[in-house]
Design a protein around this ligand. Structure first.
Ligand code: IMP
Ligand code: MG
Length: 167
């Protein structure tokens, strides 16, 4: 185990407090990147006590296994207008950065009023491109993580704690 559920909870509350301070009066559109974000999104929004909307996109970069293919695919895009909205991207983890960079570019083309990004986990050791992430939860080591939404070949998403796989 790397991060037990009580530490995840505390970090989610800290991020929520920062997001509340910035977005309370903006009716933001929170856009989660499936599937990994589903648990974080569910916990985060329950700490945000102001009007907001939630949408999801589905991206894939991982093939089967634990190495990013390096190529991001938009498996399911948005079908609500983003123009003029205050958009906050919600990610589980930023690893190479390719997924967030791709998603921010995709959304920017749709002319939101503002566009920021929040991630629960940050794995800076593996970054392949420069991305600006506005709200970062916990920095994690260069290990393949599972649990709390994160998977390995679709397994372990249901673990309540964040764990790493031993090689
Ligand atoms: P990136 O494009 O390399 O930054 O990776 C982004 C996506 O890959 C994340 O949203 C996760 O869904 C997945 N990912 C990255 N690192 C891990 C990991 O350690 N475990 C499970 N999934 C991961
Ligand atoms: Mg993800």
């Amino acid at each position: 185990m790397l991060i037990p559920r009580n530490e995840i909870d505390a970090e989610v509350r800290t991020l929520a407090a920062r997001i509340t301070a910035d977005y309370r009066d903006t009716n933001p559109l929170l856009i989660g990147a499936l599937k990994g974000c589903f648990m974080f999104m569910a916990d985060l929004v329950r700490c945000l006590e102001f009007p907001l909307e939630i949408e999801f996109v589905r991206l894939s970069s991982y093939g089967d296994g634990t190495e990013s293919s390096g190529k991001v695919n938009l498996v399911q895009g948005l079908n609500v207008p983003v123009e003029g909205r205050h958009v906050l991207v919600v990610e589980d983890i930023v690893d190479t950065g390719l997924t967030v960079a791709f998603l921010l570019e995709y959304l920017k083309e749709q002319r939101p009023a503002s566009l920021k990004c929040c991630t629960l986990l940050d794995k800076p050791a593996r970054r392949q491109c420069e991305v600006c992430v506005d709200y970062i939860g916990l920095e994690v080591p260069d290990r393949f993580l599972v649990g709390y939404g994160l998977d390995c070949d679709e397994r372990y998403r249901n673990l309540p704690d964040i764990c790493y796989l031993e090689k």
